[in-house]
Ligand binder design. Sequence first.
Ligand SMILES: Cc1cc2nc3c(=O)[nH]c(=O)nc-3n(C[C@H](O)[C@H](O)[C@H](O)COP(=O)(O)OP(=O)(O)OC[C@H]3O[C@@H](n4cnc5c(N)ncnc54)[C@H](O)[C@@H]3O)c2cc1C
Length: 438
Amino acid sequence: MPTLGSWGRYPHHPQTPHSVGWPFEIGNAFSRIQGAGVASTLGYGCGRSYGDSCLAQSDHVIALAGMDRVIAADWQTGVVTVQAGVTLDGLIRIALPNGWFLPVTPGTKFVTLGGAVANDVHGKNHHVMGTFGRHVRRIVLHRSDKGVCDCSPAENEELFNATVGGLGLTGIILAVELQLRAVRSSDIEQTCIKFGDLDEFFALSSQQDSKYEYTVSWVDCLAGGKSAGRGHYIGGNHSAAGELKVADGHAKRMPVDPPFSLVNTLTLKAFNALYYQRQVRKVVETRVSYDPFFYPLDKLLLWNRMYGKAGFQQYQCVIPPESGRDAVAAILRETSINGAGSFLAVLKQCADIKSPGLLSFPKAGVSLALDFAQRDALNTRLFARLDALVHEAGGRLYPAKDAHMSAHHFQSAYPAWARLESLRDPLLMSRFWRRVTS
Ligand SMILES: Cc1cc2nc3c(=O)[nH]c(=O)nc-3n(C[C@H](O)[C@H](O)[C@H](O)COP(=O)(O)OP(=O)(O)OC[C@H]3O[C@@H](n4cnc5c(N)ncnc54)[C@H](O)[C@@H]3O)c2cc1C
């Protein structure tokens, strides 16, 4: 039987899937798993979490991607109810032709609704719409100890809040009722502005963010000296012109699964320099389809294989506004001193928009995400140093991307963890949760 893993392929703990296609099969799956003497399990969507938050402590997961049916859709109000295994791609395909789009989307459409709720994902519009969980109206949950429960802000509110961003630990999500966002076109009016250093990024961001629903910046993390922190600021708004057209879905697949990483100092330097120089003019305005705007990485399926069998880790933190600039500068400096570099260094300002989720990651401040090829010294050297900087600056790391955070850092950054633990389904346990709570 093929096994499953996480997107970063680190840590390497192959997961045995117990697949279900219908909600009524969840109870049987619980009984079968317990009957086989497996102590715990975990729901599994598309495995697009980078680290070990989607890996069961027992290495036996309940695979939910087969539960992918639309239960109800009201195209007057944009309220849909779907099974938790429906992907964002699947939802866009039915909603967009009807004039509706996701209220919040992460940088890949290949995630399930269950996964989006469990990590309370955020997107380029956090400063306007907050996290995904703010747009969820109701969740149907199956717990091993209580059976099926309906949760919403009006019913079982505590369980609802714990399930949003609850890392899949409060029960198996069967269905999600979601409020979509109205759009008139599938295109985005995009503005791309080149910036020369980190100070220019912060100045641009404070001048421009209010003009755009979507903002994100790419940073050349290998540029040093006066150019440290140079990059491209990208802003976008849904267009009023153009058709309501679903993307054609053609994507290339990473053709090989190399045993070693193709990402090294040489390829990184070349990529970063070329990427920065690709735009000659300071400001470029274009109209683009939603697909390349939101999901540029989805064009190459299984791009995670680029990092070879050892995999890679993403380091994503959010730092409060008062310490954001200096902490980001220090993190980028530390990264280049260590000779490490990232293809994707992404900066985004998050706003002070409260989510119902107890353990939601975003908070007001700047978020930085960096990818690193896995090597032995990563956790003990570079990440230990970066963790200290983030901790001192009052920031925190994103559990959905994490594979190394200490229990101390997690518990001080997410004090509500103990409430989640008290509401945890006793049969559900991830490798991440065991690591950060014991
Ligand atoms: C290229 C890329 C870009 C990304 N960009 C962003 C971004 O911009 N913002 C962001 O927030 N995240 C981002 N992510 C992370 C990704 O959006 C989240 O990790 C997402 O939750 C993954 O969903 P999944 O369906 O793959 O779930 P999995 O990774 O399989 O599982 C995630 C969690 O959900 C739980 N779970 C899944 N289904 C269920 C269910 N039915 N019931 C109960 N629990 C369940 C699992 O137990 C686990 O805890 C990105 C990931 C990739 C690969």
